[in-house]
Design a protein around this ligand. Structure first.
Ligand code: ATP
Ligand code: MG
Length: 427
């Protein structure tokens, strides 16, 4: 039998219900926050990731799916969402036609050639937001509040927000020099990757999962010590804004988010779940005031985050949170024989188009089995269709809870259900 590719997974059953529920929350929350949905291609010209985003990140150096298409173009399956959104923002000149800030969101699959393990896949889903054109620290806080509120709405309790600041370009450069000075005498003791990082982007050394317990790592200078006045002011305002939003946070100088283009605020939201290890980071983001320019756009600031769907599902499972509402269907239509099937199809369709959740029997079940099936589907009402009903257009409707029976003309059937089924369909 042909099996799914390594590092991928199928969605069905309970997972399917959990995901649908989460997607509903994402959609409605983004409307409330007034963000615009954007969709960009799953593959892009390779240079967008390899030159645009920065060459020193693991994502780009080791994890991309690169391929030549049949026209010999270098293509890459997107490993993350920010680059594509920025490309689209620039290519479509959104900076000229929209009023600032431009607030956008995306949701979809990402591809990384990683070693698969719990919470780490080769195809995985990210939900994320990007905001362009505002340097206001309140926006940083609004963005941090989005994943926090998503987790809250889903009922997750053990959530920890870590924030840090890398400062503006000037502060970052001074910090970089200090780091080089700090690591230089010891760099030969570090892993091969770190030696490479030392040359290209020493900040990334702090992200290393191999050398993280080394003493020299722990005594490294922190970005906060190198913030200039403007950068300090920005960071203070982020903290104040988080307090205004009633969001608990920890300033964690270890968070540097390796990407070359980050400036000022960086943050991660983690699940406070012990056995989670490195997959406890549910969401990461920050300000990238240099990125739009780096990919050929105007000098315009950006800030955003990406949240992993699979790790969220794992966290929900660990906290035993079940999102399966199973509100059941509204109406189950049971034709007594094949003769009533066409009538049943028409009636089912018109009920569905009037806003009800409806299922009918396609298996020629006997009446008794239809009752069982209606129970299984948790149906509120059953319509029993026999010869009489079809001839007279007077329907026999049974309330599946109270077992009360009604005779209702087809002309009045919508009104009947409108009056008897609570409106649950609006979001
Ligand atoms: P990590 O350090 O865990 O590899 P990262 O820094 O590579 O994470 P980001 O690029 O910031 O992760 O992506 C944001 C979020 O996407 C992560 O916090 C995580 O929830 C999720 N994520 C990243 N890589 C994967 C993956 N391979 N499988 C599933 N989810 C992932
Ligand atoms: Mg990674």
């Amino acid at each position: 039998m042909i099996q799914k590719p390594k590092g991928t997974y199928d969605v069905y059953g309970k997972k399917s219900k959990q995901i649908k529920y989460i997607e509903k929350i994402l959609n409605s929350l983004m409307e409330k926050y007034n963000y615009e949905y954007m969709r960009t291609p799953l593959f892009e010209n390779s240079e967008l990731f390899h030159r645009g985003v920065g060459e020193t990140t693991d994502i780009v150096t080791k994890e991309t799916y690169d391929f030549l298409d049949r026209g010999n173009r270098n293509m890459t399956l997107r490993p993350e969402g920010t680059a594509g959104i920025c490309r689209s923002f620039v290519e479509n000149k959104m900076y000229g036609t929209y009023t600032m800030p431009v607030k956008t969101w995306y949701y979809g699959p990402m591809y990384r050639y990683e070693r698969p393990q719990s919470g780490r896949y080769r195809e995985f889903y990210q939900f994320g937001c990007e905001v362009f054109g505002s340097d206001n620290a309140s926006i940083d806080a609004e963005l941090i509040s989005i994943p926090v509120n998503i987790y809250k709405l889903l009922g997750l309790k053990g959530i920890k927000v870590n924030i840090n600041s890398l400062g503006d370009r000037d502060s970052r450069e001074k910090y970089r020099e200090a780091l080089i000075k700090h690591f230089e005498p010891h760099i030969h003791e570090f892993c091969e990757d770190c030696q490479e990082r030392f040359k290209k982007n020493p900040l990334r050394i702090l992200d290393c999962k191999i050398d993280c317990d080394k003493e020299i790592m722990k005594t490294a200078p922190t970005t906060i010590e190198y913030l200039n006045d403007t950068s300090k002011k920005h960071f203070d305002k982020v903290k104040e804004s988080l307090e205004a939003l009633d969001i608990d946070y920890v300033v964690n100088p270890k968070i540097v988010r390796g990407l070359d283009y980050y400036t000022h605020t960086v943050f991660e939201v983690e699940a406070d779940i012990e056995k989670f290890g490195s997959q406890k980071v549910l969401c990461g983001g920050g300000r990238y005031n240099g990125l739009v320019e780096a990919i050929g756009g105007p000098k315009i600031s950006g800030v955003g985050f990406a949240l992993g769907l699979e790790r969220l599902l794992n966290a929900l499972e660990a906290e035993e949170i079940d999102l399966d509402e199973n509100n059941g269907i509204d109406i189950y239509v049971a034709p007594m024989s094949e003769k009533e099937e066409s009538y049943s199809l028409g009636l089912t369709q018109s009920l569905r188009l009037s806003g009800f959740n409806v299922e009918m029997d396609y298996m020629n079940r006997k009446l008794q089995n239809n009752f069982k099936q209606a129970d299984k589907l948790n149906a509120k009402f059953i319509i029993i269709l026999g010869e009489d009903e079809v001839n007279t257009n007077i329907l026999t409707i049974k309330n599946n809870k109270t077992k009360e029976e009604f005779k209702v003309s087809t002309d009045d059937v919508i009104e009947f259900f409108d009056n008897n089924i609570e409106e649950e369909h609006h979001e």
